[in-house]
Design a protein around this ligand. Sequence first.
Ligand code: NAD
Length: 479
Amino acid sequence: MKTYQMFIGGEWVDAVSGATFDDVNPYTGEVFARVQKGDDKDADRAMADAYAARKPWSSTRSLERSLVISKAAQVLEESRMEFAEVLTAEGGSTFGKAMFEISQTVDLLLTAGADAKRILGETFHTDPRKLSMTLRRPKGTVLAISPWNFPLILSMYKVAYGLATGNTVVFKPSSETPVIGLKIGELFERCELLPGALNVVTGPGSVLGNALIDDDRCSYVTITGETSTGRIVAQRAAAGLKECTLELGGKNPLIILADADIDYAVNAASFGAFMHQGQICMSVGRVVVEEPIVEEFAAKLAEKAASLPAGDPTIPETVIGPLINEDQVKKVDGYVQDAVAAGAKLLAGGKYEGRVYQATVLSNVTRDMRAWQEEIFGPVAPVLAVADEKEALEVANDTIYGLSAGVITPDLEKAIYLAEGLEVGMVHVNDASIDAEASVPFGGSKWSGQGREGGRYSLDALTELKWVTIQKEKRSYPF
Ligand code: NAD
């Protein structure tokens, strides 16, 4: 078993305290790696090195930054299996999910590399006696905090765009998936990134994360995680008047109208609810179905759920791998048992072995059930019947969350009505709620977060806008 060090100032170092913690394989329950348990002293060291690298990194040509990030795409592509093994060993990714995540991350790196050359200002043709323009400058040192569920791509949104915009980055991965974070450090080291431009520190969010947010040298915070965590982080950052990008939880509806192709809708719901065991912010968490087809739809979804191969994520055919930890297994089961006790019908699943929870379908669900209201982060599809698209919209919007949604119908008029009315950051018509691309505005509204990531939206978020004027002839002042 390997012990990993942190990546600070271009060097691999132990935590100042010498403390480490175990990184556990969620399928086998065995310790996969030992990792440094950083605290406020390590936060100080990482921030100091990132701060010192600010000037040299922000004054590089955009071509230089672009080349490093594009090279990282190439090295990642060549090291697929190495990254996939870690995604499975510490994060419980099935082989298919790991490959999908790596491909998406390669695309993201290529896009961010190209975007490094697209940091644009504007000119304002308002007064012929002056040149008036905007410049974009890096924020300074960006703190990136990421979750465990898609630990490679979600970290890379922050790291790649942080570097592309000329910021230096201090990056804290989740303690469930610290090694993939450290491998991001290794990836950029292999691409000869300027030492100190990226620093990867590992340790508990409550200690290390807080110290990093509080540090005066940190200029901006970007976090992906639970809504409850986002609220704590945003409040802390606000105390230092630091801006944040918050990518938080979701309880995403998939609306299926009566004219939908039922088999297609079943496939969309199954992918949306069960991909990566339902542990995706964009997972389908509520299936809203028009009354005339609800029974047939739910029966077919249950049949499909029962057919999905579950178990060892290292077997390429496995679709349902393990949940991330024991607590999550108990939590997911609690939601299912509560719903059944309150009158929901268990059509499939509801059982687990070790940490592998079977794909589960609940029908006869009501809006007051916890399984309907709260983010479960497990492979559970609760199905609720509605009378028409108006009720579907009202039900779908009845939540604190507003991340993503799917709508299945061939009727474009109804699709547009729903796409416009849904209180979410992303809507996919004739698709599940899970989708992401490197250059689109990714993010949510309501308690699913604030700000957008990807493409020019990341360029805007991670740069400071400055208005500059140059007076071409002397101005006559009133006094
Ligand atoms: P989490 O909130 O437990 O942890 C996220 C990160 O925050 C981790 O690195 C953690 O160490 C850190 N953290 C925790 N407390 C902190 C504190 N006080 N200060 C600073 N950092 C702290 O989330 P998770 O369990 O890793 O991820 C699952 C959650 O993330 C789900 O709610 C999911 O919906 C959400 N998520 C959202 C998106 C999105 O783009 N909107 C994407 C993926 C996951």
